[in-house]
Design a protein around this ligand. Structure first.
Ligand code: G3I
Length: 445
Protein backbone atom coordinates (compact mmCIF):
# COMPACT_ATOMS: atom_id res chain seq x y z
CA UNK A 1 0.00 0.00 0.00
CA UNK A 2 2.79 2.35 1.06
CA UNK A 3 4.60 1.39 -2.13
CA UNK A 4 1.47 2.15 -4.18
CA UNK A 5 1.02 5.58 -2.62
CA UNK A 6 4.61 6.59 -3.18
CA UNK A 7 4.51 5.34 -6.78
CA UNK A 8 1.32 7.27 -7.38
CA UNK A 9 2.75 10.32 -5.73
CA UNK A 10 5.90 10.22 -7.81
CA UNK A 11 3.73 9.98 -10.91
CA UNK A 12 1.83 13.15 -10.09
CA UNK A 13 4.73 14.97 -8.42
CA UNK A 14 5.75 16.83 -11.61
CA UNK A 15 2.23 18.18 -11.87
CA UNK A 16 2.11 19.24 -8.20
CA UNK A 17 5.41 21.01 -8.62
CA UNK A 18 3.78 23.24 -11.20
CA UNK A 19 1.89 24.95 -8.42
CA UNK A 20 5.03 26.01 -6.59
CA UNK A 21 5.66 29.76 -7.02
CA UNK A 22 8.90 29.35 -8.98
CA UNK A 23 7.01 27.22 -11.52
CA UNK A 24 4.29 29.80 -12.22
CA UNK A 25 5.77 30.81 -15.60
CA UNK A 26 5.62 27.18 -16.71
CA UNK A 27 2.08 26.91 -15.39
CA UNK A 28 1.13 29.92 -17.51
CA UNK A 29 2.58 28.23 -20.58
CA UNK A 30 0.62 25.07 -19.89
CA UNK A 31 -2.59 26.98 -19.27
CA UNK A 32 -2.17 28.72 -22.61
CA UNK A 33 -1.83 25.32 -24.27
CA UNK A 34 -4.74 23.90 -22.37
CA UNK A 35 -6.89 26.52 -24.09
CA UNK A 36 -6.06 24.90 -27.43
CA UNK A 37 -7.73 21.74 -26.18
CA UNK A 38 -11.04 23.36 -25.29
CA UNK A 39 -14.03 22.27 -27.35
CA UNK A 40 -13.41 23.55 -30.84
CA UNK A 41 -17.00 24.76 -31.13
CA UNK A 42 -16.04 27.77 -29.02
CA UNK A 43 -13.29 28.77 -31.43
CA UNK A 44 -12.88 32.52 -31.78
CA UNK A 45 -10.71 34.02 -34.50
CA UNK A 46 -10.77 37.66 -33.45
CA UNK A 47 -10.23 36.85 -29.78
CA UNK A 48 -7.07 34.86 -30.54
CA UNK A 49 -5.92 37.23 -33.29
CA UNK A 50 -5.84 39.96 -30.67
CA UNK A 51 -3.92 37.75 -28.24
CA UNK A 52 -1.51 36.99 -31.09
CA UNK A 53 -0.78 40.69 -31.59
CA UNK A 54 -3.24 41.91 -34.23
CA UNK A 55 -5.81 44.65 -33.69
CA UNK A 56 -8.60 42.67 -35.32
CA UNK A 57 -9.64 39.72 -37.44
CA UNK A 58 -12.57 40.79 -39.58
CA UNK A 59 -14.77 40.06 -42.53
CA UNK A 60 -16.34 42.01 -45.33
CA UNK A 61 -20.12 41.93 -45.56
CA UNK A 62 -22.72 42.96 -48.10
CA UNK A 63 -26.19 44.19 -47.18
CA UNK A 64 -28.43 41.33 -48.38
CA UNK A 65 -26.61 38.98 -45.94
CA UNK A 66 -27.77 41.00 -42.94
CA UNK A 67 -31.19 39.34 -43.33
CA UNK A 68 -29.85 35.77 -43.41
CA UNK A 69 -30.12 34.28 -39.92
CA UNK A 70 -27.57 31.53 -40.45
CA UNK A 71 -25.05 33.98 -41.90
CA UNK A 72 -25.58 36.42 -39.05
CA UNK A 73 -25.16 33.74 -36.41
CA UNK A 74 -21.60 33.15 -37.69
CA UNK A 75 -20.91 36.87 -38.24
CA UNK A 76 -22.00 37.62 -34.70
CA UNK A 77 -20.52 34.50 -33.12
CA UNK A 78 -18.75 35.29 -29.89
CA UNK A 79 -15.26 36.65 -30.60
CA UNK A 80 -15.20 35.44 -34.21
CA UNK A 81 -14.96 38.77 -36.07
CA UNK A 82 -13.74 42.04 -34.61
CA UNK A 83 -14.05 44.21 -37.69
CA UNK A 84 -16.49 44.66 -40.57
CA UNK A 85 -15.94 46.13 -44.03
CA UNK A 86 -18.89 46.99 -46.27
CA UNK A 87 -18.35 45.14 -49.56
CA UNK A 88 -20.40 47.48 -51.74
CA UNK A 89 -22.40 49.86 -49.52
CA UNK A 90 -19.86 52.69 -49.50
CA UNK A 91 -18.91 52.54 -53.16
CA UNK A 92 -19.55 55.58 -55.31
CA UNK A 93 -22.46 54.02 -57.14
CA UNK A 94 -24.23 53.22 -53.87
CA UNK A 95 -23.54 56.50 -52.11
CA UNK A 96 -23.81 59.12 -54.88
CA UNK A 97 -25.59 57.54 -57.80
CA UNK A 98 -27.02 60.93 -58.67
CA UNK A 99 -24.56 63.79 -58.50
CA UNK A 100 -24.89 65.66 -55.22
CA UNK A 101 -27.48 63.28 -53.77
CA UNK A 102 -25.95 61.16 -51.03
CA UNK A 103 -27.50 57.94 -49.69
CA UNK A 104 -25.98 56.15 -46.76
CA UNK A 105 -28.76 53.81 -45.60
CA UNK A 106 -26.97 50.62 -46.68
CA UNK A 107 -23.65 51.69 -45.24
CA UNK A 108 -25.39 52.74 -42.02
CA UNK A 109 -26.91 49.26 -41.72
CA UNK A 110 -23.43 47.71 -41.71
CA UNK A 111 -21.94 50.41 -39.48
CA UNK A 112 -24.80 49.85 -37.01
CA UNK A 113 -24.23 46.09 -37.05
CA UNK A 114 -20.60 46.73 -36.13
CA UNK A 115 -21.60 49.21 -33.43
CA UNK A 116 -24.23 46.91 -31.91
CA UNK A 117 -21.30 44.72 -30.89
CA UNK A 118 -23.19 41.41 -30.83
CA UNK A 119 -20.54 38.72 -30.32
CA UNK A 120 -17.99 41.40 -29.45
CA UNK A 121 -17.30 45.00 -30.50
CA UNK A 122 -16.43 45.40 -34.15
CA UNK A 123 -14.41 48.18 -35.69
CA UNK A 124 -15.41 49.45 -39.10
CA UNK A 125 -12.99 49.44 -42.06
CA UNK A 126 -14.50 51.74 -44.63
CA UNK A 127 -14.30 50.88 -48.34
CA UNK A 128 -13.87 52.71 -50.73
CA UNK A 129 -13.85 56.36 -51.77
CA UNK A 130 -12.14 56.48 -55.17
CA UNK A 131 -12.03 53.44 -57.44
CA UNK A 132 -12.20 52.97 -61.20
CA UNK A 133 -15.01 50.42 -60.74
CA UNK A 134 -18.37 50.75 -59.02
CA UNK A 135 -18.81 54.23 -60.49
CA UNK A 136 -22.16 55.78 -61.42
CA UNK A 137 -22.49 56.56 -65.11
CA UNK A 138 -22.28 60.30 -64.57
CA UNK A 139 -18.69 59.96 -63.32
CA UNK A 140 -17.70 57.70 -66.22
CA UNK A 141 -17.23 60.51 -68.68
CA UNK A 142 -14.63 63.12 -69.55
CA UNK A 143 -14.10 66.05 -67.18
CA UNK A 144 -11.70 68.94 -67.02
CA UNK A 145 -9.18 68.92 -64.20
CA UNK A 146 -11.09 71.62 -62.29
CA UNK A 147 -14.41 69.85 -62.60
CA UNK A 148 -12.94 66.53 -61.52
CA UNK A 149 -11.38 68.23 -58.48
CA UNK A 150 -14.79 69.56 -57.48
CA UNK A 151 -16.42 66.17 -58.04
CA UNK A 152 -13.79 64.35 -56.01
CA UNK A 153 -13.85 66.95 -53.23
CA UNK A 154 -17.63 66.74 -52.84
CA UNK A 155 -17.67 62.95 -52.87
CA UNK A 156 -14.80 62.46 -50.44
CA UNK A 157 -15.90 65.21 -48.05
CA UNK A 158 -19.44 63.88 -47.84
CA UNK A 159 -18.32 60.31 -47.17
CA UNK A 160 -15.60 61.23 -44.70
CA UNK A 161 -17.73 63.71 -42.78
CA UNK A 162 -20.78 61.46 -42.61
CA UNK A 163 -18.79 58.53 -41.22
CA UNK A 164 -16.42 60.66 -39.15
CA UNK A 165 -15.50 58.95 -35.90
CA UNK A 166 -16.91 55.61 -37.09
CA UNK A 167 -14.21 54.38 -39.50
CA UNK A 168 -11.02 52.96 -38.07
CA UNK A 169 -9.65 53.18 -41.60
CA UNK A 170 -10.73 54.38 -45.04
CA UNK A 171 -9.61 52.85 -48.30
CA UNK A 172 -9.24 56.27 -49.89
CA UNK A 173 -7.88 55.17 -53.26
CA UNK A 174 -8.35 51.65 -54.59
CA UNK A 175 -6.49 49.85 -57.39
CA UNK A 176 -5.02 52.84 -59.23
CA UNK A 177 -2.30 50.74 -60.92
CA UNK A 178 -2.79 47.65 -63.09
CA UNK A 179 -0.81 44.38 -63.13
CA UNK A 180 1.68 45.80 -65.60
CA UNK A 181 2.51 48.69 -63.32
CA UNK A 182 0.58 51.14 -65.51
CA UNK A 183 -1.81 53.74 -64.08
CA UNK A 184 -5.38 52.81 -64.90
CA UNK A 185 -7.09 55.14 -67.30
CA UNK A 186 -9.93 55.98 -64.90
CA UNK A 187 -11.96 59.18 -65.39
CA UNK A 188 -10.06 60.57 -62.39
CA UNK A 189 -6.64 59.78 -63.87
CA UNK A 190 -7.61 61.07 -67.29
CA UNK A 191 -8.66 64.41 -65.80
CA UNK A 192 -5.92 64.92 -63.22
CA UNK A 193 -3.13 62.41 -63.79
CA UNK A 194 -1.38 61.17 -60.65
CA UNK A 195 -2.56 64.31 -58.83
CA UNK A 196 -5.97 62.74 -58.31
CA UNK A 197 -4.40 60.43 -55.75
CA UNK A 198 -2.65 63.16 -53.77
CA UNK A 199 -5.76 65.31 -53.96
CA UNK A 200 -7.95 62.47 -52.65
CA UNK A 201 -5.69 61.75 -49.70
CA UNK A 202 -5.38 65.45 -48.82
CA UNK A 203 -9.15 65.93 -48.95
CA UNK A 204 -9.83 62.83 -46.84
CA UNK A 205 -7.27 63.86 -44.21
CA UNK A 206 -8.92 67.25 -43.84
CA UNK A 207 -12.43 65.82 -43.63
CA UNK A 208 -11.68 63.04 -41.13
CA UNK A 209 -8.32 63.53 -39.45
CA UNK A 210 -9.04 60.63 -37.08
CA UNK A 211 -9.25 57.85 -39.69
CA UNK A 212 -6.30 55.85 -40.94
CA UNK A 213 -6.06 56.54 -44.66
CA UNK A 214 -5.16 53.59 -46.88
CA UNK A 215 -4.12 52.88 -50.42
CA UNK A 216 -5.66 49.47 -51.19
CA UNK A 217 -4.70 47.13 -54.04
CA UNK A 218 -4.18 43.52 -55.15
CA UNK A 219 -1.05 41.73 -56.39
CA UNK A 220 1.12 43.74 -53.99
CA UNK A 221 2.07 40.70 -51.93
CA UNK A 222 4.96 39.60 -54.13
CA UNK A 223 6.53 40.50 -57.49
CA UNK A 224 5.65 36.96 -58.61
CA UNK A 225 1.97 37.91 -58.74
CA UNK A 226 2.12 40.42 -61.58
CA UNK A 227 4.01 40.52 -64.87
CA UNK A 228 4.93 44.19 -64.47
CA UNK A 229 6.75 46.25 -61.83
CA UNK A 230 3.54 46.87 -59.91
CA UNK A 231 5.16 46.93 -56.48
CA UNK A 232 7.95 49.35 -57.30
CA UNK A 233 5.58 51.64 -59.21
CA UNK A 234 3.16 51.61 -56.27
CA UNK A 235 5.97 52.39 -53.83
CA UNK A 236 7.12 55.26 -56.05
CA UNK A 237 3.55 56.55 -56.33
CA UNK A 238 3.14 56.53 -52.53
CA UNK A 239 6.44 58.38 -52.05
CA UNK A 240 5.33 61.00 -54.56
CA UNK A 241 1.93 61.43 -52.93
CA UNK A 242 3.53 61.89 -49.54
CA UNK A 243 6.15 64.28 -50.92
CA UNK A 244 3.28 66.33 -52.34
CA UNK A 245 1.70 66.60 -48.90
CA UNK A 246 -0.81 63.73 -49.09
CA UNK A 247 -1.43 61.79 -45.88
CA UNK A 248 -1.22 58.03 -46.42
CA UNK A 249 -1.13 55.98 -43.22
CA UNK A 250 -1.49 52.49 -44.56
CA UNK A 251 -1.41 50.08 -47.46
CA UNK A 252 -4.01 47.36 -47.83
CA UNK A 253 -2.83 44.06 -49.30
CA UNK A 254 -6.11 42.77 -50.71
CA UNK A 255 -4.79 39.22 -51.09
CA UNK A 256 -7.25 37.74 -53.57
CA UNK A 257 -5.02 34.75 -54.21
CA UNK A 258 -5.02 31.31 -55.83
CA UNK A 259 -4.33 28.00 -54.09
CA UNK A 260 -0.83 26.80 -54.95
CA UNK A 261 0.26 30.21 -56.19
CA UNK A 262 0.47 32.00 -52.87
CA UNK A 263 3.85 33.59 -52.26
CA UNK A 264 5.88 32.17 -49.39
CA UNK A 265 5.33 33.76 -46.00
CA UNK A 266 8.85 35.23 -45.91
CA UNK A 267 8.32 36.76 -49.35
CA UNK A 268 5.15 38.52 -48.18
CA UNK A 269 6.94 39.73 -45.05
CA UNK A 270 9.68 41.12 -47.25
CA UNK A 271 7.20 43.07 -49.37
CA UNK A 272 5.35 44.35 -46.32
CA UNK A 273 8.65 45.63 -44.96
CA UNK A 274 9.25 47.57 -48.17
CA UNK A 275 5.88 49.27 -47.79
CA UNK A 276 6.52 49.93 -44.11
CA UNK A 277 9.46 52.09 -45.14
CA UNK A 278 6.89 54.43 -46.70
CA UNK A 279 3.74 54.09 -44.56
CA UNK A 280 3.02 53.45 -40.87
CA UNK A 281 1.01 50.24 -41.18
CA UNK A 282 -0.22 47.53 -43.51
CA UNK A 283 -3.20 45.17 -43.36
CA UNK A 284 -4.59 42.18 -45.22
CA UNK A 285 -7.83 43.73 -46.42
CA UNK A 286 -9.69 41.34 -48.76
CA UNK A 287 -8.33 37.87 -48.12
CA UNK A 288 -9.65 34.89 -50.04
CA UNK A 289 -7.78 32.05 -51.72
CA UNK A 290 -9.59 30.41 -54.59
CA UNK A 291 -9.11 27.12 -56.39
CA UNK A 292 -8.13 27.87 -59.96
CA UNK A 293 -9.50 26.01 -61.82
CA UNK A 294 -12.06 24.66 -59.37
CA UNK A 295 -12.34 20.86 -59.51
CA UNK A 296 -15.69 19.43 -58.48
CA UNK A 297 -16.24 17.76 -56.11
CA UNK A 298 -13.55 19.29 -53.94
CA UNK A 299 -11.30 17.00 -51.93
CA UNK A 300 -9.67 17.05 -48.52
CA UNK A 301 -6.29 17.55 -50.27
CA UNK A 302 -7.57 20.69 -51.99
CA UNK A 303 -8.80 22.07 -48.70
CA UNK A 304 -5.55 21.21 -46.92
CA UNK A 305 -3.54 22.97 -49.64
CA UNK A 306 -5.80 25.98 -49.25
CA UNK A 307 -5.32 25.85 -45.46
CA UNK A 308 -1.55 25.95 -45.87
CA UNK A 309 -1.87 28.98 -48.13
CA UNK A 310 -4.13 30.82 -45.69
CA UNK A 311 -1.46 30.07 -43.08
CA UNK A 312 1.24 31.68 -45.27
CA UNK A 313 -0.66 34.95 -45.64
CA UNK A 314 -1.95 35.29 -42.08
CA UNK A 315 1.42 34.07 -40.78
CA UNK A 316 3.17 36.84 -42.73
CA UNK A 317 1.01 39.44 -41.01
CA UNK A 318 1.96 37.99 -37.62
CA UNK A 319 5.64 37.59 -38.52
CA UNK A 320 6.12 41.13 -39.75
CA UNK A 321 5.04 42.46 -36.36
CA UNK A 322 7.76 40.45 -34.61
CA UNK A 323 10.45 42.35 -36.49
CA UNK A 324 9.06 45.72 -35.39
CA UNK A 325 8.14 44.74 -31.84
CA UNK A 326 4.64 46.13 -32.34
CA UNK A 327 1.56 46.22 -34.54
CA UNK A 328 2.59 47.05 -38.07
CA UNK A 329 0.41 44.55 -39.89
CA UNK A 330 -2.65 45.57 -37.92
CA UNK A 331 -5.28 43.07 -39.00
CA UNK A 332 -6.76 40.61 -41.44
CA UNK A 333 -10.11 40.95 -43.24
CA UNK A 334 -11.76 38.13 -45.20
CA UNK A 335 -13.58 39.16 -48.37
CA UNK A 336 -16.58 37.44 -46.87
CA UNK A 337 -16.25 34.26 -44.88
CA UNK A 338 -18.50 31.79 -46.73
CA UNK A 339 -18.36 30.38 -50.26
CA UNK A 340 -22.11 30.93 -50.35
CA UNK A 341 -21.52 34.64 -50.93
CA UNK A 342 -18.04 34.77 -52.43
CA UNK A 343 -17.58 37.22 -55.32
CA UNK A 344 -15.43 34.70 -57.20
CA UNK A 345 -17.89 32.45 -59.10
CA UNK A 346 -19.94 35.39 -60.34
CA UNK A 347 -16.84 37.11 -61.78
CA UNK A 348 -14.73 34.03 -62.62
CA UNK A 349 -17.09 31.05 -63.13
CA UNK A 350 -14.32 28.43 -63.44
CA UNK A 351 -12.78 29.30 -60.08
CA UNK A 352 -14.05 29.34 -56.53
CA UNK A 353 -14.40 27.86 -53.04
CA UNK A 354 -12.13 30.64 -51.86
CA UNK A 355 -13.45 31.21 -48.35
CA UNK A 356 -12.77 29.72 -44.91
CA UNK A 357 -16.35 28.47 -44.50
CA UNK A 358 -17.98 26.39 -47.24
CA UNK A 359 -21.36 26.89 -48.89
CA UNK A 360 -23.12 25.33 -45.91
CA UNK A 361 -21.24 27.36 -43.31
CA UNK A 362 -18.98 24.42 -42.42
CA UNK A 363 -15.51 25.55 -41.35
CA UNK A 364 -12.77 24.32 -43.67
CA UNK A 365 -9.23 23.31 -42.63
CA UNK A 366 -8.13 26.89 -43.39
CA UNK A 367 -10.17 28.02 -40.40
CA UNK A 368 -8.37 25.65 -38.03
CA UNK A 369 -4.95 26.45 -39.43
CA UNK A 370 -5.46 30.17 -38.89
CA UNK A 371 -7.04 29.74 -35.46
CA UNK A 372 -4.29 27.41 -34.26
CA UNK A 373 -1.66 29.75 -35.59
CA UNK A 374 -3.19 32.58 -33.55
CA UNK A 375 -3.26 30.33 -30.49
CA UNK A 376 0.34 29.32 -30.97
CA UNK A 377 1.37 32.97 -31.30
CA UNK A 378 -0.73 33.84 -28.25
CA UNK A 379 1.04 31.09 -26.28
CA UNK A 380 4.36 32.56 -27.41
CA UNK A 381 3.23 35.97 -26.19
CA UNK A 382 2.23 34.60 -22.80
CA UNK A 383 5.59 32.83 -22.61
CA UNK A 384 7.26 36.18 -23.26
CA UNK A 385 5.14 37.78 -20.52
CA UNK A 386 6.31 35.00 -18.20
CA UNK A 387 9.92 35.96 -18.89
CA UNK A 388 10.78 32.95 -21.05
CA UNK A 389 11.31 34.86 -24.26
CA UNK A 390 13.79 33.53 -26.75
CA UNK A 391 13.92 30.07 -25.25
CA UNK A 392 14.71 27.56 -27.94
CA UNK A 393 15.22 23.98 -26.87
CA UNK A 394 16.80 23.06 -30.17
CA UNK A 395 13.71 21.15 -31.03
CA UNK A 396 11.41 24.03 -31.93
CA UNK A 397 9.67 26.31 -29.49
CA UNK A 398 6.67 25.13 -27.53
CA UNK A 399 4.32 27.09 -29.73
CA UNK A 400 5.79 25.72 -32.92
CA UNK A 401 5.44 22.16 -31.72
CA UNK A 402 1.88 22.78 -30.68
CA UNK A 403 1.20 24.35 -34.04
CA UNK A 404 2.68 21.35 -35.77
CA UNK A 405 0.32 19.05 -33.89
CA UNK A 406 -2.70 21.29 -33.91
CA UNK A 407 -2.58 22.69 -37.43
CA UNK A 408 -3.57 19.44 -39.02
CA UNK A 409 -5.93 18.35 -36.32
CA UNK A 410 -9.22 19.93 -37.47
CA UNK A 411 -12.43 19.21 -35.64
CA UNK A 412 -12.02 15.44 -35.80
CA UNK A 413 -8.44 15.08 -34.65
CA UNK A 414 -5.20 14.06 -36.32
CA UNK A 415 -5.73 11.70 -39.25
CA UNK A 416 -6.09 8.13 -37.99
CA UNK A 417 -5.87 9.08 -34.32
CA UNK A 418 -9.31 10.37 -33.40
CA UNK A 419 -9.93 13.33 -31.20
CA UNK A 420 -9.14 11.76 -27.81
CA UNK A 421 -5.81 10.29 -28.91
CA UNK A 422 -4.97 13.55 -30.68
CA UNK A 423 -5.53 15.46 -27.47
CA UNK A 424 -3.28 13.05 -25.58
CA UNK A 425 -0.60 13.43 -28.25
CA UNK A 426 -0.72 17.21 -28.11
CA UNK A 427 -0.57 17.16 -24.30
CA UNK A 428 2.36 14.75 -24.31
CA UNK A 429 4.28 16.80 -26.87
CA UNK A 430 3.53 20.00 -25.03
CA UNK A 431 4.59 18.63 -21.65
CA UNK A 432 7.76 17.09 -23.01
CA UNK A 433 8.72 20.33 -24.70
CA UNK A 434 7.76 22.44 -21.72
CA UNK A 435 10.08 20.30 -19.56
CA UNK A 436 12.94 20.88 -22.00
CA UNK A 437 12.15 24.59 -22.10
CA UNK A 438 12.11 24.68 -18.30
CA UNK A 439 15.47 23.01 -17.96
CA UNK A 440 17.01 25.26 -20.63
CA UNK A 441 15.45 28.41 -19.23
CA UNK A 442 16.05 27.80 -15.57
CA UNK A 443 19.07 25.62 -14.96
CA UNK A 444 18.63 23.66 -11.77
CA UNK A 445 14.87 24.25 -11.68
O1 G3I B 1 -27.04 45.67 -56.35
C1 G3I B 1 -27.23 45.27 -57.72
C2 G3I B 1 -28.57 44.60 -57.89
O2 G3I B 1 -29.58 45.54 -57.62
C3 G3I B 1 -28.66 44.05 -59.31
O3 G3I B 1 -29.86 43.32 -59.45
C4 G3I B 1 -27.50 43.12 -59.63
C5 G3I B 1 -27.52 42.63 -61.09
O4 G3I B 1 -26.23 42.25 -61.49
O5 G3I B 1 -26.29 43.84 -59.43
C6 G3I B 1 -26.14 44.29 -58.10
O6 G3I B 1 -24.92 44.95 -57.97
C7 G3I B 1 -23.76 44.13 -57.99
C8 G3I B 1 -23.06 44.25 -56.64
O7 G3I B 1 -21.83 43.56 -56.68
C9 G3I B 1 -23.89 43.67 -55.50
O8 G3I B 1 -24.07 42.30 -55.68
C10 G3I B 1 -22.87 44.63 -59.11
O9 G3I B 1 -23.48 44.35 -60.37
C11 G3I B 1 -21.52 43.93 -59.05
O10 G3I B 1 -20.64 44.53 -59.97
C12 G3I B 1 -20.94 44.09 -57.65
O11 G3I B 1 -19.72 43.38 -57.60
C13 G3I B 1 -18.83 43.75 -56.58
C14 G3I B 1 -17.51 44.22 -57.21
O12 G3I B 1 -16.57 44.47 -56.19
C15 G3I B 1 -17.70 45.50 -58.02
O13 G3I B 1 -18.13 46.55 -57.22
C16 G3I B 1 -18.59 42.53 -55.71
O14 G3I B 1 -19.81 42.23 -55.00
C17 G3I B 1 -17.49 42.82 -54.69
O15 G3I B 1 -17.16 41.65 -54.00
C18 G3I B 1 -16.24 43.33 -55.42
O16 G3I B 1 -15.29 43.67 -54.44
C19 G3I B 1 -14.02 44.10 -54.94
C20 G3I B 1 -13.51 45.16 -53.98
O17 G3I B 1 -14.45 46.17 -53.81
C21 G3I B 1 -12.18 45.72 -54.48
N1 G3I B 1 -11.21 44.66 -54.70
C22 G3I B 1 -11.67 43.54 -55.53
C23 G3I B 1 -12.97 42.98 -55.00
C24 G3I B 1 -13.42 41.77 -55.81
O18 G3I B 1 -13.72 42.11 -57.12
Amino acid sequence: MKMLISTEFSAIEPFLSLFRPRSFPLLLVLLAFASTLLPLASAQLDKYAKLAGLSYFGTAVDNPRLYNEQYMSVLQGSGEFGSLTPINAQKWKKTEEVQGVFTFAEADAIANTAKAGVGGMKTLRCHTMVWYKGLPSWVETTYSRDDMEKILAAHIQNLAQYFKGRCYAWDVVNEAIDENGVFRQSPMYKAMGLDFITFSFKTAAKADPGAKLYYNDYALESPSLSPGPKISITLAMLRTVKAQGGTVHGVGFQSHLKVGLVPARAEIVNTMQQFLEVVDEVAITELDIRHSPLKVPSTREMWNAQARDYGEVVGACLDVNKGYGGRKCVGVTLWDFTDKYSWVPSEIPTEGEACMWDNNYVKKPAYWTVLNMFKAYAAGASRRRAGMDGVDDGNGTVSELDLEAAAHRGPEGLPGLGREQTTKTVVATTLATARRVRSTARPGA
